[in-house]
Design a binder for this molecule. Structure first.
Ligand SMILES: [Fe+2]
Length: 374
């Protein structure tokens, strides 16, 4: 991991260390141009004699087709290092392109429960949002358009070789995107902390990430650059936590909002988090709950959840899933869809059935203000 203001300038040096001679810069639309980083990256690569080409066709929630196309270009052009610049979508696409380019086949050949192993073209991941943590995870989440499902490539071969976490990239991030992605990071931290697969190592990452997001998100939202730096670290720590512990049914249920209502991934988790987290925490050991409450300075789970709701109100997060277009008659299908994300169900600390899931979603439909009076 390379961290610090201006660390993007080291991308050439890092690519060289990985033996790179020709890079594929994977990104979303004109992000490199609007952030002003095309010049910085190209200069850094040229200074060490590395050629590059840009693949900027990555859409939000990248599809299997896009990743297969990127892999085809990487193979044809003889690329030996991949630089993924952007949010979760660009980084996940970069990781999937590396797998497909190196190991061949179609994206669906690598979906979980298969574990992706083997030697893959090294990926340098540069996050431009403070949420996903994809720069340090061994997962790539790819959307299969035919089934409207988010599929996962998981395994050691998916993990980027280098993460460059430069807080300066958050300088001009739109406020809304900052809030949504930081709430995704908070969700990672708290889901990993409550996951059945949590370890003391992931708990350490989770607790600091949780503390940083709760403490700095409002200041960052108001434009404080130092606070944005803390969120950038929190996002990476959240990624490290889910790398061990995975996510729970908050993510599992949130996928439906993205695939069926086009809701941003971080916002989707935020809309569900208070309701599902409260239920999940009631199944987590007293020792762990009291450690969490000590860190966040709350005297009860209810207080923690209320504080979280107040923060979301201040950040302009809609009150309920009804506000993003979910109709009451959809809850049955949404509950079923969530429970199909088996990995998330397996990680969830509290028991889940269709009835339980529907009850949690009913609360999310009712909204924070009605459920918690916030
Ligand atoms: Fe996430």
């Amino acid at each position: 991991m390379v961290f610090g203001s201006g660390s993007i300038k080291k991308v050439g040096e890092e690519a060289k260390k990985l033996g790179g001679t020709k890079a594929l810069l994977v990104t979303t639309g004109n992000l490199l141009e609007v952030t002003g980083y095309l010049g910085v990256i190209s200069k850094s690569l040229e200074s060490v004699g590395i050629k590059y080409l840009v693949f900027n066709e990555v859409e939000e929630n990248p599809s299997t087709t896009t990743c297969e196309k990127g892999a085809e270009i990487a193979r044809r052009e003889g690329v030996d290092v991949i630089i993924a610049f952007g949010g979760g979508s660009a980084m996940d696409a970069g990781k999937a392109i590396s797998v497909l380019k190196s190991l061949g086949g179609k994206a669906s050949d690598y979906f979980f429960p298969k574990i992706v192993e083997g030697v893959t073209t090294p990926v340098i991941a540069i996050p431009t949002t403070c949420g996903t943590g994809a720069e340090v995870t061994r997962y790539a989440i790819i959307t299969e358009l035919s089934s409207k499902k988010k599929m996962t490539m998981a395994g050691p071969a998916v993990l980027p070789r280098v993460a460059i976490v430069d807080p300066e990239v958050l300088k001009n991030i739109p406020k809304r995107l900052l809030a949504w992605t930081a709430l995704d990071a908070l969700s990672h931290a708290l889901e990993a902390y409550t996951s059945r697969a949590a370890t003391p190592m992931s708990d350490g990452c989770s607790l600091i990430a949780t503390d940083y997001v709760l403490k700095y998100i409002l200041k960052a939202y108001e434009g404080d650059e130092g606070a944005k730096g803390r969120l950038h670290i929190a996002a990476t720590l959240g990624g490290m936590a889910i790398n061990d512990a995975g996510t729970t049914i908050i993510h599992g249920a949130g996928y439906y909002l993205t695939t069926h209502h086009n809701v941003h991934h971080g916002l989707a988790n935020a809309l569900l988090m208070p309701h599902i987290l409260e239920y999940n925490l009631s199944y987590v050991s007293e020792e762990k709950v009291s450690m969490l409450l000590r860190v966040v300075g709350a005297s009860s789970v209810r207080e923690l959840i209320k504080n979280m709701c107040n923060l979301m109100n201040a950040l302009g997060i809609p009150d309920s899933i009804a506000d993003v277009g979910v109709k009451p008659e959809e809850l049955d299908i949404m509950a079923k869809d969530a429970l199909e994300y088996k990995r998330n169900v397996a990680n969830n600390p509290a028991p889940l059935s269709e009835d339980v899931m529907k009850e949690l979603l009913r609360k999310a439909l009712l909204g924070r203000s009605k459920v918690y009076g916030s």
